[in-house]
Design a protein around this ligand. Structure first.
Ligand SMILES: [Zn+2]
Length: 137
């Protein structure tokens, strides 16, 4: 996997995701926040949703908000959960989100956690050999 260097904008994105969940945390309901920077430079946030049947991750909520505002191209995306006293921790996207991110932004950059460190790589590196609909190939 090719890792990319983190920059100040990545730190700002992590902070935006952390702020989203800090402001909207509800036990057993909302405990993950996500932030996505689109190619326009605008940042959209979302929190995950829980139900008795199926949970919806924070990344699709943030991405759906961006798309609803007319945005189409992801620059960078991150999900964060709360950890400790007022702290937060970056999460790695689940398999479903890796698929979603790679569809909406094959060139998108993803911040994720590996070996206790925040890393950055392109979406396609997080999902090698992605599913391709037989009608697309
Ligand atoms: Zn997910």
């Amino acid at each position: 996997m090719k890792y990319l260097p983190l920059d100040e904008q990545d730190e700002e994105l992590i902070e935006a995701a952390a702020d989203a969940i800090k402001q909207n945390y509800v036990a057993d309901r909302h405990h993950v926040g996500a932030a996505v920077r689109m190619r326009s430079g605008r940042v959209y946030v979302g929190v995950h949703l829980e139900s008795r049947v199926h949970d919806i991750c924070a990344e699709p909520v943030a991405l759906g908000t961006a798309v609803t505002h007319g945005e189409r191209e992801i620059d960078t995306i991150v999900a964060v959960t709360l950890a400790g006293e007022g702290g937060s921790r970056v999460l790695s996207p689940c398999g479903t989100c890796r698929e979603l991110i790679s569809v909406y932004g094959p060139e998108a950059r993803v911040l994720f956690m590996e070996d206790g460190e925040v890393k950055k790589c392109s979406a396609k590196d997080l999902l090698p050999g992605p599913f391709v609909n037989s009608s697309e190939s």
